[in-house]
Design a protein around this ligand. Structure first.
Ligand code: BG6
Ligand code: MG
Length: 223
């Protein structure tokens, strides 16, 4: 029975909609290399690390680049464009209901952890003004394996001395849900993507949702 469980949040797509900025920056890179890709393709990049994303995009564009220095140059170029967007973010970009939900957790003294693949997570949290909510922040600068490997969530749980079975992971990406399930965590899919169906429960977002309802649904084993 779950009770006052630690909450581990993914960042991009759960706390704020940075997926649109990732898409714009990757698309610009693809366009400069002479090809395009769709928003549907972009879904496959959610939760995937920067290096892995670049490899996938180059495959879609049928570009064979193996030179490590060139791969790094392309990833850096994309990140510069991405930084242009995120350094202009404001607290208004926190997704609806998230702040209330975090306040509810704080009041209940529930641990709040970030589990993100992004190496830019700290910049984003600072820009949207919610860094202080987190008891631990595990991001792409602290991990060596990309989701669907559970490393990011396992490190997150460990940081607050919790066991996976005492934690709920909130994720918007199929790769993230897969990672959390592999690590033995409870999972809540956030959003309306079909790709979330493996999650124990799915919520459209945090608006009008209370933590206790999530606990009830997870404890009842309902979808
Ligand atoms: C994840 C995003 O949160 O972070 C991915 O869903 C992104 O799309 C990954 O590629 C890495 O982000 P960054 O900021 O380190 O390039
Ligand atoms: Mg995400």
């Amino acid at each position: 029975m779950l009770k006052n469980s630690t909450c581990i949040f993914d960042l991009d797509g759960v706390i704020c909609d940075t997926a649109k900025y990732h898409f714009k920056a990757w698309r610009r890179l693809a366009n400069e290399l002479g090809f395009d890709f769709t928003e549907e393709d972009n879904e496959k990049l959610k939760g995937v690390s920067r290096t892995e994303s670049l490899k996938l995009i180059l495959q879609w564009g049928k570009k064979e680049i193996t030179d490590e220095a060139e791969l790094e140059r392309l990833a850096d170029m994309k990140n510069e464009w991405y930084l242009d967007y995120i350094t202009r973010m404001t607290p208004e970009e926190i997704l609806p209901g998230v702040k209330n939900f975090l306040d509810e957790l704080k009041k209940k003294k529930i641990k709040i952890v970030l589990g993100s693949a992004s190496k830019n997570a700290q910049i984003i949290l600072d820009k949207i003004g919610i860094t202080d909510y987190f008891d631990a922040i595990i991001d792409g600068t602290k991990t060596t394996k990309s989701k669907p490997d559970p490393e990011v969530f396992l490190l997150g749980a460990e940081a607050v001395k919790a066991k996976p079975k005492e934690c709920i992971v909130f994720e918007d990406a199929q790769k993230g849900i897969e990672a959390a399930l592999k690590g033995g965590f409870y999972t809540v899919g956030v959003g309306n993507s079909d790709a979330l169906e493996e999650a124990q429960i799915i919520i459209p977002g945090f608006e009008y949702i209370e933590y206790k309802e999530i606990l009830e649904a997870l404890n009842a084993g309902t979808k």
